[in-house]
Design a protein around this ligand. Sequence first.
Ligand code: S3P
Length: 172
Amino acid sequence: MPKNIVLVGFMGTGKSVTGKALADQLGYTFVDMDEAIEERTGRKISDIFATEGEAYFRELERELTRELSAQTDLIIATGGGIVLNPANMEDFTRNGMVVCLHTDPDRILQRVAQQQHRPLLEGDTEKAHAIRTLLEKRKPLYDAIPIAIDTTNHAAADTATEILALYRAQAH
Ligand code: S3P
């Protein structure tokens, strides 16, 4: 059985909420990578982006990926940009089942519209445009992940149950 379950996908696809539901169902430890980075740096992601820039954030993300993929029995909610570095995907795949969550772009917009903590969507008067452009650019990276689940009309607990069934099936 793969040791960790790693949730990947664009912002607002439900990685954190699904991850928490999965951790509850499976009794594994839940790790939200953005939160872990904020905890260890004592700073908000948006602040890190604003002062050191995205490249520095990607280094922190890379370092944390190395650490987490050496551990077991974790449910990991990644940040949406984790797919940008193929080494991250290699590490997570080696030691876990990677699942990509997909959601309709309009639904993503609905989910993230009220939230202010996402630096890549900040300062853009046309959030919908920013989302579509970024999604289009990243689509091949998300599409490359063999296990894909659409969360558009699903409650987190149902998505978690679906992922759990796949996880258990991989045990045989
Ligand atoms: C990012 C997504 C965010 C966070 C950072 C960058 C991205 O995480 O890691 O703002 O590049 O897509 P969520 O996907 O949890 O919003």
